[in-house]
Design a protein around this ligand. Structure first.
Ligand SMILES: Cc1cc2nc3c(=O)[nH]c(=O)nc-3n(C[C@H](O)[C@H](O)[C@H](O)COP(=O)(O)O)c2cc1C
Length: 305
């Protein structure tokens, strides 16, 4: 028998009815679609990444299905925080609303985060894998000092929990997680997409208009599990696992690696929202079958020797 009470998790001060969360970028562009996902059973929902100004994004093709996942380079199309604030205000659900934020400088991230918070966001997730940042040209997502500065600025501007979403496109993700924790991040989300590309052999050209994009879906699951495992050994703040989760078994693997909750993206790209409920129920049955009562009790269990 499904016991919903034991599925409840507390995540960096948020209360989730179960540990499944809608990942950023999929169905997260309107209050209506976010509420649809919440009522389908997600423990929390994350918006598409929002910046200070509206952006059109890149020309098509921006998403292509590959052997074991999706490749995308959308170029962060979004309406900008002033317009999106209206969607945040319209959102009504007991599933917390996490607003994903990006910027081109630490102060810009803080500005967007503050506006998201004042519009009603329950938490802020920082998309720290934006390709370029004003002045430096380096990738924020690979630079611990830049991550520290962004998190510190945002923490100085908001009261609500701040999650640092990291990119796997780095040689040492644990060091980036430590930088985020040092700056006061309340949780780490791992991971964003893995840099990848596909070439059309008929036209002999890269398929995506941006040429290089990010790989998501089943192919990246083992990379994501490794990242969560490494981060768990480096920080004390909670970790939200993300990457290729399609079933409760995948979710349990992330929890055993050290995740307190999981985000699901590509698996719902085809629109099947029952996945949140079936993953939550599967985790619950697994926990009971192993003789535990709460998700918390098995977080990071794979680290015990
Ligand atoms: C079409 C698409 C758009 C995405 N847009 C965003 C985004 O705006 N911000 C972000 O932080 N991650 C974005 N992501 C990354 C996902 O949130 C997630 O980290 C990644 O896809 C891995 O999870 P998955 O394998 O379950 O999809 C996007 C992914 C896809 C497939």
């Amino acid at each position: 028998m499904h016991n919903s009470h034991s599925m409840q998790v507390s995540l960096a001060g948020l209360s989730l009815k179960n540990p499944t969360i809608l990942a950023s970028g999929i169905l997260g562009i309107s209050a209506e679609s976010l509420m649809r996902v919440a009522s389908a059973g997600a423990g929390a929902v994350t918006t598409k990444s929002i910046g200070i100004e509206p952006r059109e994004g890149y020309a098509n093709p921006t998403v292509v299905e590959v052997e074991c996942g999706f490749l995308n380079a959308l170029g962060l199309p979004n309406p900008g925080i002033r317009e999106f604030a209206e969607e945040i205000r319209k959102y009504r659900s007991d599933a917390p609303l996490i607003v994903s934020v990006y910027g081109f400088s630490p102060t810009e991230y803080a500005e967007v985060a503050a506006m998201a918070e004042s519009s009603g966001a329950n938490a802020i997730e920082l998309n720290l894998s934006c390709p370029h940042i004003k002045g430096s040209g380096s990738e924020i997502g690979q630079d611990p000092e830049m991550i520290y500065d962004v998190v510190k600025n945002v923490k100085g501007a908001v009261e609500k929990p701040v999650f640092a979403k990291l990119s796997p496109n780095t040689s040492n993700i644990a060091r980036l997680a430590e930088a985020a924790e040092d700056a006061g991040a309340d949780a780490i989300t791992a991971i964003n997409t893995v840099k990848a590309m596909a070439i059309d052999i008929d036209t002999m050209k890269p398929i995506l208009s941006n040429k290089i994009g990010g790989l998501s879906g089943v192919a990246i699951k083992p990379v994501a599990v490794r990242c969560v495992y490494e981060i768990y050994e480096a920080v004390r703040i909670p970790i939200i696992g993300c990457g290729g989760i399609r079933s409760w078994r995948d979710a349990v693997e992330f929890i055993l690696a050290g995740a307190s909750a999981v985000e699901i993206g590509s698996a719902i790209a085809h629109g099947d929202l029952t996945i949140f409920q079936s993953i939550a129920q599967g985790i619950n049955s697994y926990i009971e079958s192993k003789g535990y009562r709460k998700v918390e009790e098995i977080v990071g269990m794979a680290h015990e020797s």
